[in-house]
Design a protein around this ligand. Structure first.
Ligand code: AVJ
Length: 325
């Protein structure tokens, strides 16, 4: 009996909520390319190579968010746990390798860990090895595209919830969509629920632009890799050499923009469509919004959270907010 119980507890469960529909993804890519301006959603940045390039970005001295956020979690985890409460269901949105959440396990002592990512397959290995390290935490892997709508399967359970959304991933949403998303987060958190979220802050333009256009050109490779993705998914004929990585801080919009800029006049052709680009014309590939502390605090309250606490580093480059329902 005891053996059976232990074995059941140490096996993560996996649930795939939505199936990736490759026809729909191809349509989305084609529509983006035909748009004015042409665009490709940043979600296409993360294929196998793109995910590795992003991991490499987080090691760059110029890309401060990952490092600064980690330091904030290390330094203030005790206080965060005191406010959020131990023994909750920790719901990790965009878990990937589950590394960031795992670092908080000892201090947060969650009863259950629900790792959500676009594909449940990304989660299998990391969750299985984490489960061996933490046999006492019930683990569930969920494959879901929560950017469209945030819904959780019954396996997420009914315990008090702490949602975890680190890395300033919220920056990929426009402020309007961020509000819509955070309202859903607030609803999913439920009464007594909380949200722990990392947010990149507005800072001088040169620092921001260097973080997204590093001299080693890792971010350029990360962005240009989208062209390989277009070629693979659409049967497109894009040549990497024809494009240049551009990252700029759009101050009025308070966002870093990434673009792929055509080095010469060219036409992209794919199965079922084509798009002419003039020399210097750009394909918009990512927005990364930067907030002020007050601005993000307001956003959390507008989303329905009653109380907020935040921590920032000495340079005031990055903030971690804890919002309670
Ligand atoms: C994963 C969306 C938070 O916006 O900083 C890093 C992605 N793009 N370098 C960010 C990214 C270029 C990153 N997020």
């Amino acid at each position: 009996m005891l053996v059976a119980h232990t074995r059941a507890m140490t096996t993560p469960r996996f649930v795939q909520l939505h199936r990736e529909d490759s026809a729909a993804l191809r349509l989305e890519l084609a529509q983006g390319l035909l748009g004015e301006p042409a665009s490709v959603s940043p979600k296409f940045l993360y294929d196998a190579l793109g995910s590795r390039l992003f991991d490499a970005i987080t090691e760059l001295p110029e890309y401060y968010p990952t490092r600064v956020e980690r330091a904030l979690f290390t330094r203030h985890a005790g206080t965060m746990a005191a406010i959020a409460g131990r023994g909750r269901t920790l719901i990790d949105l965009g878990a990937g390798n589950c590394e960031k959440a795992a670092r908080l396990f000892d201090v947060l002592a969650p009863l259950r860990y629900v790792a959500v990512d676009i594909s449940v397959d990304y989660l299998r290995e990391s969750l299985a090895s984490l489960q061996r390290q933490y046999p006492g935490i019930e683990m569930v892997g969920v494959g879901a595209d929560f950017s469209a709508a945030l819904t959780l399967p019954p396996e997420a359970g009914r315990g008090e919830r702490l949602l975890f959304y680190p890395g300033s991933s919220i920056g990929n949403f426009t402020p309007i969509d961020a509000l819509r998303f955070l309202r859903q987060v607030r609803a999913v958190a439920g009464p007594g629920g909380a949200l722990l979220i990392g947010v990149d802050l507005v800072k001088p333009k040169p620092i921001l632009e260097l973080a997204y256009d590093d001299p080693l050109k890792v971010t350029a490779a990360f962005n240009l890799n989208l062209l390989r993705r277009l070629n693979a998914m659409l049967g497109c004929d894009a040549r990497i050499e024809d494009f240049e990585h551009v990252a700029l801080f759009n101050e009025p919009e308070s966002r870093i923009e990434m673009h792929l800029q055509a080095r010469r006049a060219l036409t992209l052709r794919w199965v079922g469509g084509e798009r002419a680009l003039a020399a210097g014309e750009r394909i918009h590939t990512e927005n990364s919004y930067k907030y002020t502390v007050d601005g993000f605090d307001r956003l959390l309250r507008d989303s329905g959270f009653a109380r907020t606490t935040h921590w920032i580093d000495d340079e005031q480059g990055f903030a971690v907010f804890l919002a309670t329902a």
